[in-house]
Design a protein around this ligand. Structure first.
Ligand code: SF4
Ligand code: SF4
Length: 383
């Protein structure tokens, strides 16, 4: 996992998605002094390449002037290493001015759309779809690359065929996100996707992906297959994320990840104090993350998938237990289901000696192969 710092310029957000837990209407906006503090902290903290993801709340609320000044501050301030940027936004506040600034820094955009307008607006609020599409058009006209994350909830799972068809018809690749319960919510499980259903959805997506090979891509399936093939996690959920991912809130507070932002008990330090790794990991939140790692080593030691699952996401793990480490990620059921399925199919493909392996060895692009592809084609695909 490369070093990843999430910057949360504000927890404010103009949208009111029914299952969202990360916005706070009273949140301040990060000052440029805090951005300078981030640079000063990182100069001493670590010297390896870093990816900054602007997340929220809604990061575009910070406005064009913030990005015009913050981006060069971060890039020039850390010019001794490679600095990359990304942004996760609902695009409502995208303007040509902001889009041009982001395009100058080649910032890939992740946005959120949960399917066709009626399905999307039922769970994200009336008018969401049209506002996002307006921002999408501005972003694309100004050369930005936009990918959509689709959140599946206990409601939208009933529309899975329609949702996948919608993504295929629009020529968009799919990245799925299961709606999560939250530590902050009053009714934390209402929209959450059941772990068993999530596992079946992943297997369904694997089949749909292979049946429509070359027409669209399902990024989660790419990642899951790569995890099994490399025997190492390739996304944060399936590695020990602690120590390689941090999030900085609007006031400069440092957290283990954006999912903990705004909860004082998970603050590890503040950028203005230039904490060292030891300082951060000796905080209460740092110790909690370390405890999760040790818990996984013990709890999952008999599991065939431990090397590339690592107990899943520590945030997910502590939601049902009020912030205590008592279990692994409750999506374990889903992870086992899909990892078992991928391994079984991999063994079958290898025995048959077809479905991607031969083609890849002979230098064919697995995406273009005429033969019916199997999981080996996904494993060998370049992502
Ligand atoms: S806490 Fe979860 S979402 Fe955050 S970096 Fe770790 S695995 Fe990823
Ligand atoms: S699948 Fe479940 S038991 Fe296996 S490593 Fe992942 S969380 Fe642990």
């Amino acid at each position: 996992m490369p070093f990843h710092v999430m910057i949360i310029p504000t927890l404010g957000c103009p949208s009111k998605c029914h299952y969202c837990w990360s916005s706070d209407v009273n949140s301040p906006v990060m000052s440029l002094d805090t951005v300078k503090d981030i640079v000063a902290w990182l100069k001493e903290f670590r010297d390896d390449n870093v990816t900054f993801t602007f997340h929220g709340g809604e990061p575009l609320l910070a406005g064009a002037d913030f990005y015009k000044k913050a981006l060069p501050l971060l890039q020039k301030g850390l010019k001794d290493r490679h600095v990359a940027f990304a942004m996760q936004t609902n695009l409502w506040l995208m303007t040509p001015e902001i889009a041009r600034v982001l395009a100058k820094y080649n910032i890939p955009i992740g946005s959120s759309l949960d399917g066709p307008e009626d399905v999307n607006d039922f769970q994200r609020g009336k008018g969401y779809y049209q506002k996002t599409m307006k921002g999408y058009t501005i972003a694309r006209e100004n050369g930005l690359d936009v990918k959509f994350i689709c959140t599946f909830t206990s409601h939208s799972i009933k529309h899975k065929d329609e949702i996948i068809q919608f993504f295929m018809d629009n020529g968009w690749n799919l990245k799925l996100h299961p709606a999560l319960p939250s530590i902050k919510g009053d009714d934390p499980g209402k929209w959450a996707l059941d772990a068993g259903e999530y596992g079946e959805l992943l297997v369904y997506l694997l089949d749909t992906y292979l049946e429509n090979w070359g027409r669209f891509e399902v990024m989660n399936i790419d990642h899951l297959c790569k995890c099994v093939f490399k025997r190492h996690g390739v996304v944060c959920t399936f590695v020990d994320c602690m120590g390689d991912t941090f999030a900085v809130g609007p006031d400069g507070s440092i957290y283990p990840c954006y999912r903990f932002i705004g909860m004082p008990k998970f603050v590890m330090g503040n950028v203005k104090d230039k904490p060292t790794m030891e300082d951060l990991m000796s905080s209460k939140a740092g110790k909690l993350m370390e405890k999760f790692k040790k818990f996984v080593d013990k709890n999952c030691k008999e599991c065939a998938h431990i090397r590339y699952c690592r107990g899943g996401c520590p945030y997910n793990a502590i939601v049902p237990t009020d912030g205590k480490i008592k279990a692994v990620d409750p999506h374990c059921v889903a992870y086992k289901r899909i990892f078992d399925e991928i391994k079984e199919r991999q063994n079958r493909d290898l025995l048959a000696g077809t479905s991607g392996l031969e083609g890849a060895i002979m230098g064919f692009d697995p995406m273009r192969m005429a033969a019916k592809p199997g999981v080996m084609a996904i494993m060998l695909k370049r992502i």
